[in-house]
Every structure is written in C-alpha cells, then in structure tokens.
Design a protein around this ligand. Structure first.
Ligand code: ZN
Length: 461
C-alpha cells in the first residue's frame, strides 16, 4: 500500500499519521512561517512505546526515595560495566556496587567531553544514536550521545511537572502541542511533531529573529497555532509577554536551561492564566527536577539516583551542601555513572510543605541568568556568545563583565587539542560586543578542580 506520508518525513517521524503529516505541512507552509533552516524528527518507533508508557506510569506515582541506590538500578549499572568502555576503565572488575558504592570513582563533564563514544555500550544500535550539543549556558558545549526514546521521555517529564501544579494537559488537533521559544540573535528553526503528545505539532521558533516574512508574522503565527505548551528560557518568555495580547491560551509554560526568576513566573501566570514551571534540566539527564512553590527542586525521574557529594566524593548528610551527582537514567547511549553535574545544592528527603513527597534539592545554584551589555548599550545573550565560542573547541570558558563594562574571557581548550589563538577570541568578542576593553586568557589544564565554574558573570550595576 502506498504511504501517504513522504518517505523523508516517515524516516524522521516513523509513527506520524497521515492527518498529522497534513497538519505539519500546513504549519511549514503557513504564510507567516519563519524561514525554516533545519529538519528534525522524533525517530520514535513502535518498540519504544511500551517502555515510555511504563516510565510515564512510574512518574505518575511519586514516592519518597530512600538514600540508597535501588536494586534495579544497581542491576542495570552492573550489567553495563562489561559492555561500556568508560565503565570498564574506571571500575575495578570485582567491585561490589552496593557495598562499595560510596568509595567508587565519580565521573564529570570532562570525561564526557574527552570521549563521548566511550559511554556508548559495545552492543548499542548505532542507527539509533542521536547526538546533542549541550546548550552551553552552564559550560562549553559538548556532544551528548542520546537516544530517541530518551528524548521522547521529556514529554511525560514535562507533563508530570505541570501535573504537580494541578495541570492536566489536553491536546486537540486544532492547536500546536508544544512550541519551543527562543529569543536569540540566531538559532535553528524547525517544525516537527511530538512523539507522544498525540502527534501534536512541535516547532522551535526564534522570537528575536528579524527574518520573519512580514511585520507581525511572529504574532500571527503564534496566534494561529495557539500552542498548548510553551517551553523556553527566561529571555524567550520575556519576549512572549510582549505578544500576550495576541489571544494565546497555553495550559502550561515550562522554563528550562536557565532558572526562571520567580517574579517573571508570577507575571507569566497572571498574564496567561496558567502555571509557569521552572525545570532543572541537563542535556545529560533530561528534565531532572521541578521547582515547587517553596523554591525547592523536587527530583522527578524515578530512574535517576541523585546524591550530593563533598569535594572528596563522599555523600553529604541531608541538608549539607555539595555537588549534585546523578546515576542511571533512561538513555541507553549514556548511562550515567556517579556523574558530577557541577551544580551545587543540598538534598532533603523529609516532607516538603508543598506536598510533593519526592526528594528535593535546596538552594540549587549554578545556572543564574547573566545580563551582558554591548558597547552600544544593547544586551548580548549568553547563548550567542556560547555559539560563537563553539568553533574554538573549548572544554570550558568564563566570561566576566566588570563594573566598567570591560570583558575578561578565560578559556580552557579540550584535552589534546591545540589551544585557541587569543587574537581570534578577541575578534569574536569585538564582533558581538563592539569596542569594549577586553582581556583574553587561554588557561592551562588546571582550571581549578572538577567543579563547574559559572561560564558567565556580570559585575555591572
Ligand atoms: Zn516542595
């Protein structure tokens, strides 16, 4: 039988229905659509669905985890050791994971940067490998080996975070399911369908871009698709507020990548009449925690074991600050092994006043939004700087804007790579910021410990 769905689209979205394909074509060909510049699908196949359904069911039954790794996660990790290059190298062959857990080595971002393929099991199906570049807001972009089913699991994780605020999402074919909003000088734009949310429309849009077809196009495009959910960062939501009079009826707003300032969340909730939820999410883990009204981040996925470790790698007592460290997850191409995130918090397992029984991270730190100012007084988004820095193949960078607006950039090259040339970095900064006083330092490999140094800071008043 002839497939009414074009073969290319079928390859990108294997489960798409003919009806959803028609809706997608209408979105792509909408007279006010942005100039799409990327193709993206969900690549979810029927064999992925039972596992995703089981994950969603487990998410829907929140429970207070104890402070030990679960038996099933220990089994998964033990089975992965002989099949995964980095774990074979790192762990003693006779390690008793349960008994020795606290004394076994940890991993960190530098391990992933040095060899992403070392994390992929020998028997992985490489045809289902997806490579993600990290957002670069919490360190220099690195490649994260991903998997379509692990990407699709973002949808039930987002739905669970909204459900914690009393929202039950309802999707209808006349509306987009989820629009990912950006407000950057430049980013990719694509349109596709959600894997699990009723094959609803999903697109990534840039509200700041100047190349929408006509004045008012962004406004009309958003109104015509009246998305059920919007995801984005605080800059994108600040831009969405300017379009609030368009008649948008979101059921939920989800902020990832950078913390959603509480004042902005309140404003969004008042203007759009729906919940605005801050999610702590890393590309390596997917959405990890939601911020409750007490300001605490409750850990969402039951398949991730979260520890807070001191500088020697020993677990901190509940309530004592240390480095957030994660094990497990659902990405078969990146099973996390005591992975130190670089973010700092304390962990508590007692009950929270908000009623969510899940353990929570207190005073989570490491992702504060930073406002950088160009010579002409305009703002420069940190993500725009990160994108420019990507071509220098760095492991880390730190850009500080001093009180007099001068810039200090320090970079650390990837291990084994030639260090970048200072003058090239200075030229890149001048292109973004104009002629501000600046110093550029290419650091050696002693950046200062495993901890993640914030990539951006501003001391301007
Ligand atoms: Zn709470």
């Amino acid at each position: 039988m002839n497939d009414p769905v074009p073969a290319e689209l079928r390859a990108r979205c294997p489960l798409i229905t003919a009806e959803a394909a028609n809706r997608l074509r209408a979105m792509i060909e909408h007279p006010d659509a942005p100039p799409w510049d990327y193709f993206c699908g969900n690549r979810v196949i029927a064999e992925d669905l039972p596992g995703l359904a089981a994950f969603a069911a487990a998410l829907a039954k929140p429970s207070a985890n104890d402070d030990r790794v679960s038996g099933s996660l220990l089994q998964t990790l033990a089975a992965a050791i002989p099949r995964t290059p980095i774990l074979r190298r790192l762990l003693p062959p006779a390690a008793d994971l349960e008994r020795d857990w606290q004394d076994l080595p940890t991993t960190c971002r530098a391990d992933l940067a040095a060899g992403p393929s070392d994390w992929i099991p020998d028997d992985a199906d490489w045809s289902r490998l997806v490579c993600h570049g990290t957002s670069g807001t919490t360190g220099h972009p690195i490649i994260v080996p991903h998997h379509p089913a692990a990407c699709a699991a973002y949808e039930p994780l987002y739905a669970t975070a909204l459900a914690a605020r009393g929202v039950q999402l309802r999707f209808t074919p006349d509306r987009a399911a989820c629009l990912l909003l950006c407000a950057q000088r430049r980013t990719i734009r694509y349109a596709t369908v959600c894997a699990l949310w009723d094959q609803g429309l999903h697109a990534k849009l840039n509200l700041s871009a100047s190349d929408w077809p006509q004045p008012g196009s962004a406004r009309r495009f958003l109104a015509d698709h009246d998305s059920t959910v919007y995801t984005g960062d605080p800059d994108a939501f600040a831009a969405l507020l300017q379009l609030a009079d368009t008649g948008l009826h979101p059921q939920g707003l989800i902020s990832t990548a950078m913390p959603l300032p509480p004042a902005l969340a309140e404003r969004l909730e008042a203007v759009f009449g729906c919940s605005a939820v801050d999610i702590y999410s890393l590309n390596e883990t997917g959405p990890l925690a939601w911020r409750c009204p007490q300001g605490h981040h409750h850990i969402l996925p039951p398949d991730v074991f979260v520890e807070v470790l001191d500088d020697l790698g020993q677990p901190c007592a509940d309530g004592v600050r240390g480095e957030v460290t994660v094990s497990g997850g659902r990405n078969p191409n990146l099973l996390l092994w005591r992975y130190r995130t670089g973010d700092r918090a304390s962990l508590r397992r007692d009950s929270c006043a908000c009623g969510d029984p899940r353990p929570r991270l207190i005073d989570l730190e490491g992702r504060a939004p930073v406002r950088l100012i160009a010579a002409d007084g305009g703002t420069v988004a940190t993500v725009d700087v990160s994108r420019e820095l990507r071509r220098f193949h760095l492991l880390r960078h730190r850009l500080v804007q001093r009180p007099d607006a001068s810039l200090e950039l320090t970079v650390l090259a990837l291990p084994g790579d030639d260090p970048p040339v200072d003058a090239d970095l200075a030229l890149m900064l001048r292109n973004l910021f104009g002629s501000l006083p600046m110093t550029v330092t290419v650091a050696g490999h002693d950046w200062g410990g495993d901890g993640k140094v914030p990539s951006y800071a501003s001391e301007m008043p």
